[in-house]
Design a protein around this ligand. Structure first.
Ligand code: FAD
Length: 318
């Protein structure tokens, strides 16, 4: 079933979470170990992230550096299929990105998802590779998520890249996109971001999942700003419980977000990472309860391969 239909037919807040494919060389069982403890809370859908290739330098025996292009977390398509068939009561939402894909390759990936019976996609641009300042699309690839959404919408209308194809099958994907309550890192301001957010919705996206935030006010203001812009689709808050002391410095750098002072104080009071883990759960429970009373359609948790904290939050709020 499509995510938008799940939302529309539910009168209460749904539960969902995001998984990262395991690091290359690891087993798919780590995915099942993350999912299994969360199944008792009836997740409506599970997202699977997509990771593009990155350049790494390996030191050779002669001391010179060897440049290699590798994918550290491959397997999004296969993991999505495995989840779909192992957990038939849950929808799977693979992520698809512009980075590293030509439009042809995007079409092939979408055909694979369609043949696998997957109806949902989260369409993203992807970040610039670690050693580059700006994002560069592939030659004949998409520069922004909005044009990726347009390609999927075209396939939903039976329009493939080769316009000489006859009697084509129309896919039926429900497309979600990303939103940034504290603005995207490259945007000069929130108004700029809003203009392009609207473009993604006009291209056919049916809902938004937000970047993580730790102050619900940021989410409420973002929803207001979207509604003022005429964006009426459901806006799903993305939440991540803090797990370690290090994260209060690292997360703001990676995700362009602020950590509220009260949370920083709570975390700084902790003597061990176990205490931080507990403080992260408590903060997330408070955030989740307030968001439920606000009437959010879904609470979506970024699991980063850990389910113990999300299970405790889900137990407290669902
Ligand atoms: P876009 O919507 O294309 O926006 C990117 C920037 O360009 C913004 O600053 C926007 O304002 C601007 N912009 C957009 N259109 C135009 C235009 N036409 N002209 C000028 N400027 C424009 N990354 C991954 O690699 N894999 C994942 O699986 C993944 N999952 C994610 C899940 C969620 C819920 C979120 C919030 C993010 C995820 N990301 C993932 C990160 C995401 O790829 C990055 O944040 C990326 O930098 C932007 O992606 P986007 O789809 O929001 O891009």
């Amino acid at each position: 079933m499509k995510v938008i239909d799940l939302i529309n037919k539910s009168s209460k807040t749904l539960f969902s979470f995001e998984l990262l494919p395991p690091l290359r060389g690891h087993n798919i069982n780590s995915i099942y170990r993350t999912i299994d403890p969360l199944m008792e809370f009836n997740p409506s859908f599970i997202n699977v992230t997509y990771h593009q290739e990155e350049v790494v330098y390996k030191k050779r025996e002669n001391g010179l550096l060897e440049k290699k292009t590798i994918r550290k977390r491959p397997g999004t398509v296969a993991i999505s299929a495995a989840i779909k068939y192992k957990y038939p009561s849950v929808e799977v939402v693979p992520h698809i990105i512009c980075g590293g894909f030509t439009k042809e390759e995007t079409e092939y990936a979408l055909i694979d998802f369609h043949y696998l019976g997957i109806d949902n996609i989260l369409a993203l641009r992807g970040d610039a590779p670690k050693n580059q300042r700006t994002f560069t699309p592939e030659k004949n690839g998409h520069a922004y998520a909005s044009s990726l959404v347009s390609q999927i919408t075209d396939m939903n209308r039976g329009k493939y890249l080769d316009d000489e194809l006859l009697n084509t099958f129309s896919t039926n994907f429900c497309v979600g996109v990303a939103g940034y309550p504290e603005k995207h890192i490259e945007s000069p301001n929130l108004a700029y971001d809003m203009k392009y957010m609207k473009e993604k919705i006009e291209a056919g996206a049916e809902y938004i999942i937000t970047q993580m935030f730790f102050d619900n006010r940021k989410y409420f203001d973002f929803v207001d700003a979207c509604r003022k812009e005429g964006i009426t689709v459901p806006i799903i808050p993305g939440l991540k419980p803090i797990c370690t002391l290090k994260e209060i410095n690292v997360l703001p750098q990676i995700f362009n977000i602020d950590i509220p002072d009260d949370l920083v104080k709570e975390v700084m009071k902790c003597k061990t990472n176990e205490e931080v883990f507990k403080a992260g759960i408590e903060w997330s429970i408070k955030q989740s309860r307030e968001l439920i009373s606000f009437g959010v359609p879904v609470l979506h948790y970024f699991s980063v391969g850990i389910s113990e904290n999300i299970a405790q939050i889900a137990k407290a709020v669902f």
